[in-house]
Design a protein around this ligand. Sequence first.
Ligand code: OOG
Ligand code: MG
Length: 256
Amino acid sequence: MLQTEAETFAAALDYAKRSAIPTHQFALEHGLTVDDAYRIQNKLIEKRVLRGATVCGLKAGFTSKAKMEQMGVDQIIFGRLTSDMQINYPDRVPLSQTIHPRAEPELAFRLAIDIDYALDFESAVSAVDAVAPALEIIDSRYENFQFTLEDVIADNSSSSHFTVGRWRPLTMDISALEMTLLVDDEPVLIGNSREISGHPVNTIVELSNLALKQGLKLKAGWIVLAGAATEAVAINGACKISCVVSGLGEVEVGVG
Ligand code: OOG
Ligand code: MG
């Protein structure tokens, strides 16, 4: 893929996001590889950084079977979290700036150290200084929320907004926590943290490998979203979305 092609695809995705008008998929037609897709993602993020946003973390995608089956893909991906994506209570997710948003119950980790090497499970545990319940609002910039693996990577892994609850030190066992997604206080999906990479900390291990491959250094203080434990739920209008994680707490965000 040529530099100019990467620039063109990044500009199209950037425009789709800013205008909330979906665009066409392009990866299959142009024979793009996963590496090409991350190059486009880099350019997309550069544009946001030029507009004043800062990179504050990473989100993992497709770490649970439910998510892979829902979207028809079979491997973990990542996207960048930028400061303009984080919603803090009582701010609301602006629905008018989204195309076809969906909500996901997530866990967030906060990194204690910079990481530019492959971690194993034990070193991943010590690389984390806190864990929190979280919500991700995803939104694909592609028509009908349909894409190939390469398309979704280029689109910063469908990220749109996220919100993080109260941080706690990673001293409790998080291997099998019930995670419930509620819309207007009604439970709509129940999952379990064991669905996330077999154990949510495994997501950090997998991300360390993936980031190393893409030449990306994870930074101390960054937030890492571990990926949804369940499939994502379509948001059909103004509402309140909550994620309750047993033993860890809850987080909510207004949408609309
Ligand atoms: C890609 C984003 C996946 C997750 O938690 O698995 C994701 C998508 O489904 O559009 O955020
Ligand atoms: Mg997610």
